[in-house]
Write a protein that binds this ligand. Structure first.
Ligand code: PGA
Length: 254
């Protein structure tokens, strides 16, 4: 059985002080978190030290929002996967749609970041998803396949061990318009089928696929109740501890 993984992607929100107060509020409600659920907080880089200190000793994972593929060198403004690991991270987001849209992320750079994460001992959360125009043209599957084929080009099962996939339809991100549970389930089943063809049934069954895109306390339980939805990547509704806690609570499995 796959343990649900609930991740808070703060994007470019919250400084160290807000990270500390989030942690205080979130930990105050920790006793309500269902057992067997994994929680990941993915703050801006400048909050990593504060987040790590605030969550120290608690079973909460920390992640970076991006990493460079080289481990060290003259890449002003970049952070390596090794640096994230040394800062207490165990996860890193790869190719979030905002990185694809605004910062020129490609399948090739995503692939290099997946390899860098693996090299540094981090679990990559690879984000995939179609735009509204692509969905309306009936191209969802084609787009997902090209993102997966490009992102995993030449990679073996060992390179992607522990990787988490995040299905985030671009039209649902930050728009308040979530995919219906059935739309999300269909996409997740398709992704799992692709993983099965590429890496075999054991890998496909073990790999967690998160849904992301306007997940909130009101819709979390129904989304997370789908058989192929193994958690959520939450943006806006993860900024407040109380609302993220409610989403985490909704991940309890009967
Ligand atoms: P949202 O963002 O929950 O604000 O839609 C999700 C994401 O981009 O990861």
């Amino acid at each position: 059985m796959r343990a649900p993984v609930l991740a808070a992607n703060w994007k470019m929100n919250h400084g160290p002080r807000e990270a500390e107060s989030f942690a205080r509020d979130f930990l105050a409600g920790w006793h309500t978190v269902p057992s067997g659920v994994e929680v990941v907080v993915i703050p801006p880089f400048v909050d990593l030290a504060a987040a790590q200190a605030a969550f120290a000793g608690r079973p909460i994972s920390i992640g970076g929002q991006n990493c460079h593929w080289e481990s060290i060198g003259a890449f002003t403004g970049e952070i390596s996967a090794e640096m994230l690991a040394a800062s207490g991270c165990s996860y890193v987001l790869v190719a979030h749609s905002e990185r694809r849209q605004y910062f020129g992320e490609t399948e090739e750079s995503a692939r290099k970041r997946i390899l860098a994460a693996h090299r540094a001992g981090l679990k990559a959360i690879l984000c995939v998803g179609e735009t509204l125009e692509q969905r309306d043209r009936g191209e969802m599957e084609k787009v997902l396949v090209s993102q997966l084929e490009g992102g995993f080009l030449g990679l073996g099962e060992g390179d992607v061990a522990g990787l988490v996939l995040a299905y985030e339809p671009v039209w649902a991100i930050g728009t308040g318009r979530n995919a219906t549970p059935q739309q999300a389930q269909d996409a997740h089943a398709f992704l799992r089928g692709w993983l099965k063809g590429r890496f075999g049934p054991r890998y496909a069954e073990a790999t967690r696929i998160q849904y992301g895109g306007s997940v909130k306390p009101e819709n979390a339980r129904e989304l997370l109740g789908q058989p192929d939805i193994d958690g959520a990547l939450v943006g806006g509704a993860s900024l407040k501890a109380a609302s993220f806690l409610k989403i985490v609570q909704a991940a309890s499995r009967p």
